[in-house]
Design a protein around this ligand. Structure first.
Ligand code: SF4
Length: 249
């Protein structure tokens, strides 16, 4: 099981000021919870991070489908299957064709019939995501199809998405929660699991272990609870990590 370099904090230890802001992430599943649980180590940074994401998502000036294409390509360039999977879902939700979504993962962007705006956006992403300056002809092309605010937003959008991908990949943050299995037949009701990770484990009416959360985040507390069980009644199966996808060179 890959251990995150910085383990996500359990939600009930998140700073109160952030808990409400981050609460929506918990409904999105453990991958999101792992990301924000990691950011919760640095509350002011987490707040700024989420505010920027909110502005880009809800007050952005780029067309939503261009925003999703840019993020899909950034995630592909930087090898972040978690970010790609999330934005594949968002792209489908706003009507982006499956063929276009798939084409953002191709080595050869020219294999798809992009519009001029889409093509310029994706070629810019290919350079920006890996820190390469935009050549004058491409900047000229972009300036011809985007307003000044949109140009600024595109640069920040790619940078923000790259920040997410790089953080997750560097920290080996799991993209989901581990699968937790309990075997009540082996449980001797010692209670270490319940006292260590009450957000995941509880006792049933017979005092035997039962699960509260089917998809918990991959916290240190969960790992500790499994390790402390004296009868081996708890099994954790590793989630996928965020680093499974090879970056596009
Ligand atoms: S720690 Fe193990 S033995 Fe103790 S209650 Fe939990 S599952 Fe049962």
């Amino acid at each position: 099981m890959v251990t995150p370099r910085i383990a996500p904090l359990p939600p009930d230890t998140w700073p109160p000021a952030l808990r409400e802001l981050l609460d929506s992430s918990r409904r999105d599943g453990p991958g999101r919870e792992n990301l924000f649980g990691t950011l919760a180590h640095h509350p002011p940074l987490a707040e700024a991070w989420l505010h920027l994401a909110h502005v880009l998502t809800h007050q952005g000036l780029l067309e939503p489908h261009l925003r999703e294409l840019a993020m899909l390509r950034t995630a592909r360039r930087l090898g972040s299957p978690y970010v790609r999977a999330r934005h594949e879902g968002h792209a489908r939700d706003i009507g982006v064709a499956q063929a276009a979504i798939a084409a953002t993962a191709a080595a050869d962007l020219d294999a798809y019939d992009w519009s001029a705006r889409e093509s310029a956006t994706l070629r810019a992403v290919d350079l920006l995501a890996v820190g390469t300056a935009l050549p004058a002809p491409l900047w000229h092309e972009l300036s011809g199809v985007f307003s000044t605010p949109q140009l600024l937003e595109l640069l920040v959008l790619v940078g923000q998405c790259a920040m997410v991908c790089t953080t997750l990949n560097t920290l080996h943050t799991p993209s989901g929660g581990p699968t937790v299995r309990v075997d009540p037949a082996r449980c001797c009701s010692a209670g270490q699991c319940v006292s260590t990770a009450p957000e995941v484990f509880a006792h049933d009416e017979d005092g035997l272990v039962t699960l509260v959360a089917e998809r918990p985040a991959a916290t240190d507390r969960l790992r500790l609870a499994a390790a402390l069980c004296p009868s081996g009644a708890i099994q954790l199966t590793a989630p996928a990590t965020t680093t499974e996808g090879a970056p596009l060179s």
